[in-house]
Design a protein around this ligand. Structure first.
Ligand code: UD1
Ligand code: CA
Length: 456
């Protein structure tokens, strides 16, 4: 069985935060997640992540998704892989892919194609390489007529070797049994006094084993970040790649300012995304919508022909032909049904808003089931929390809730129920009934004239 080892022990000192480098995010996901998902897309399910700096953060993130091995001291990439020998020894029959947890753009095609080459050439080790214009800092690939002779690190390289543009991506396929054997032979007699994983290549060749290189067509496989500026570059590359994909699918952008769309988001053709829109998680947007400006949408399913203007929406469903905004907050577990209209300064939480219902301005609907074709007037509030428990309100189809109505939950209004403006509803209202709650209105003529006369 084939398996993967991901090296994720690094700190990233120049990031200036107590976070392991692979946990820094590119387009909303830790770099480690990008690497893991590339492995999973290449059908590698047996994975061990080597941790080191702030290992707990990575362990918490991974949960029981895969194994981890702790490297107590940072003595080099070879030493890091040595920590996984117990894991490797459990399954020696296939090959092991070693990758860096802080190079997010490795892709499943590169993984699959390099494995094919690795097996076909019967290599003990196959290095995934890339040709780059600026090889500074990377290990250089030493080629011979028949294959490769080894990898030399920047700090150990001669002037001539530093001119080589083919570099080590930091990803390799090893025959697992050979890897275990080779790890036992690595020494640390080099410029950095580290156990270099890259030395396994020259050692394998000395032992009469075969070593090869697979040059990836994806030049981004090597990209990593050492500081915040580098991380911004990775984010920009990932962001533009996602926008390109959506444009190919018929999604419109007339300006990309402030638009951040995570890789998992789906958008239908004909939809227009306006500036300052952040689309996160498992969000799915239909066709012919206008989203933005100024929206944050996370884990929402949105139908066709929807407009969202200055809306924040989380973990909710918005059906087709719905118009929302500006300045609306849709909190988790809400369902806005077809044709509903929600206007400015409205908050909806854990509620269903029925078909063609209108909530035009300044209202809070929490823990409520609002029927079809209801009109919620300005300033209406569901009073869903009594300080101890949350309760639900129910509003029947075709009801009309007058301005400034308070519905003290739990309370249920039937169909075609009306409430008069300013009413506080504390009891259920039957079908076709009006709830009206009015104190006596007193008018005192000349009141202010008397008040100010006294003051003088
Ligand atoms: C390494 C390669 C280099 C390659 C480059 C690609 C070696 C000796 N050199 O260089 O040829 O071009 O990657 O990016 O392998 N790590 C640990 N524990 C350690 C050391 C490193 O977990 O003791 C992890 C790091 O967190 C990182 C990965 O291994 O994820 C690579 O380490 P890094 O220090 O970046 O290696 P480089 O010196 O850049
Ligand atoms: Ca590196």
């Amino acid at each position: 069985m084939n398996q993967a080892v991901i090296l994720a022990g690094g700190q990233g000192k120049r990031m200036k935060a107590p976070i392991p480098k692979p946990m820094f995010k590119v387009l909303g996901e830790p770099m480690l997640e990008w690497v893991l998902s590339a492995c999973e897309a290449a059908e590698l399910s047996r994975i061990c992540v080597v941790t080191g700096y702030e290992s707990g953060q990575i362990e918490t993130y991974l949960g029981d998704r895969c194994r981890t091995a702790f490297q107590a001291e940072r003595l080099g990439t070879g030493h890091a892989v040595m920590q996984t020998i117990p894991f490797l020894s459990e399954e020696k029959s296939g090959s092991t892919l070693v990758l860096c947890g802080d190079a997010p753009f490795i892709d499943s095609d590169t993984i699959a194609q390099s494995l094919e080459r690795h097996i076909k050439e019967k290599n003990a080790v196959t290095v995934i390489t890339a040709n780059v214009e600026q090889p500074f800092g990377y290990g250089r690939i030493l080629r011979t007529d028949s294959g490769i002779a080894g990898i030399v690190e920047e700090k150990d390289a001669t002037e001539e070797q530093r001119k080589i543009n083919e570099i080590n991506s930091g990803c390799y396929w090893f025959r697992t049994a050979d890897l275990i054997d080779l790890l036992g032979k690595i020494q640390n007699n080099n410029a950095q006094k580290e156990y270099y994983l890259t030395d396994t290549i020259a050692i394998a060749l000395q032992d009469g084993l075969r070593a090869g290189a697979f040059c990836s067509q994806n030049p981004n496989v090597v990209l990593g970040a050492n500081d915040r500026k580098g991380l911004l570059k990775l984010n920009t590359a990932a962001r533009m790649a996602v926008l390109d994909k959506h444009m190919d699918n018929g999604v419109g952008f007339s300006c990309t300012d402030g638009i951040i769309i995570e890789r998992s988001v789906e958008i239908g053709a004909g939809t227009e995304i306006l500036p300052n829109v952040i689309l996160r998680g498992k969000t799915k947007i239909g066709a012919n919508c206008v989203i933005g400006p100024n929206c944050v949408i996370e884990n929402c399913t949105i139908g066709d022909n929807v407009t969202l203007n200055a809306v924040q929406a989380y973990d909710s469903q918005i059906d087709g032909d719905v118009h929302i905004g500006p300045f609306v907050h849709i909190r988790p577990n809400s369902h806005i049904c077809t044709g509903a209209k929600i206007g400015d300064f409205v908050e909806i939480k854990n509620s269903t808003i029925g078909e063609d219902t209108a909530i035009a301005h300044l209202a809070y609907m929490g823990d409520s089931d609002v029927g079809k074709n209801v009109n919620i007037g300005c300033g209406c509030v569901t009073v869903n929390f009594d300080g101890l428990t949350k309760s639900r309100c129910e509003i029947g189809d075709n009801s009309f809730i007058g301005c400034n109505t308070n519905l003290i939950a739990p309370v249920s209004l039937g169909k075609y129920a009306y409430t008069a403006a300013g009413t506080t509803v504390t009891a259920d209202v039957p079908d076709y009934a009006l709830a009206i709650d009015r104190g006596t209105l007193h008018i005192r003529d000349g009141y202010t004239l008397r008040k100010f006369a006294k003051k003088k």
